[in-house]
Design a protein around this ligand. Structure first.
Ligand code: CAA
Length: 257
């Protein structure tokens, strides 16, 4: 059997995906990324799953793209492989993805976390875009996403020096959603995923899509989009159930219809 680089466990309506190359701090080689993308797309199409958690292990979420795999590559090799273009498929996953980060979260690892919708950081988490130290720059969205999250002046310093920064700093800069004790970082992420999974799946997906729109369009376009998505939800049974349950002072039961 091929190496299993992604371990998947489904708990109720939450799927936990674990990056599994512990010997190399979960360095993201091409087979691992292929497995990750295929797994995410499969779970995105599985109606039993409503939210995903992506994690590594205590020592490393991921220490970046696999340096050994690309060290000798030429421009033509890199251009032909075009491996990083595949990551756009993660961006198209419609269900929410929560990154549960402990230990090293560097380079492509940090970029992978930034492809997720929320980042739960253990106190032990170490973030960074250290590509500059090996003669390259971030290639999976780091220059763009980090700048949008932390602003130009902080992103410049982080990307031009490659320095690592801890969970507290990541939280203060708006990169981490929460910082939690290392012992419970995965439980916290799963518990947040379960909370989201109790909401109307259509409303959750529309909410994700509409928030992401804020990063890609002018305000007027985003507001227009939001309004349309809001109106569209009135075509779902879940909207009727949600509002009825409110009026009847009971908990809503959402079916995803
Ligand atoms: N690629 C390949 N292998 C890696 C790796 C990576 N990104 N990061 C760590 N490893 C391997 C090491 O080579 C080592 O393997 P061996 O035992 O076979 O030598 C093993 O993982 C353990 O690593 P270290 O011995 O280096 O562990 P450490 O605790 O001393 O240091 C570290 C940890 C500071 C994270 C260090 O491993 C490191 O600096 N790693 C590279 C970080 C980096 O530069 N990431 C960016 C990669 S480029 C990128 O991601 C491009 C992009 O934007 C897509």
């Amino acid at each position: 059997m091929a190496d299993q680089y992604i371990l998947t466990e489904v708990e109720g309506s939450v799927a936990v995906l674990t990056l599994n190359r512990p010997d190399v701090l979960n360095a993201l080689n091409i087979p691992l990324m292929d497995q990750l993308i295929e797994t995410m797309e499969r779970l995105d199409g599985d109606p039993a799953v409503r939210c995903m958690v992506l994690t590594g292990n205590r020592k490393a979420f991921a220490a970046g793209a696999d340096i050994k795999e690309m060290a000798e590559a030429s421009v033509v090799d890199m251009y032909e492989r075009n491996n990083l273009a595949r990551w756009q498929r993660i961006q198209r996953v419609r269900k929410p993805i929560i990154a549960a980060v402990s230990g090293f979260c560097l380079g492509g690892g940090c970029e992978l976390a930034m492809h997720c919708d929320m980042i739960i950081a253990a106190e032990s988490a170490q973030f960074g875009q250290p590509e500059i130290n090996i003669g390259v720059i971030p290639g999976a969205g780091g220059t763009q996403r980090l700048s949008k999250v932390v602003g130009k002046y902080r992103a410049m310093e982080l990307i031009l020096t490659g320095r690592f920064f801890g969970a507290k700093e990541a939280y203060e800069m708006g990169l981490a959603t929460r910082v939690v004790p290392t012992e419970v970082y995965l439980e916290e992420a799963v518990s947040l995923a379960k909370e989201i999974a109790e909401r109307s799946p259509m409303a959750v997906r529309f909410a994700k899509e509409t928030v992401l729109k804020a990063f890609e369009s002018p305000l007027s376009e985003g507001l227009d989009y939001e309004r349309k998505m809001f109106y569209m939800l009135f075509g779902t049974e879940d909207q009727k159930e949600g509002m009825k349950a409110f009026m009847e002072k009971r908990k809503a039961e959402y079916t995803g219809k």
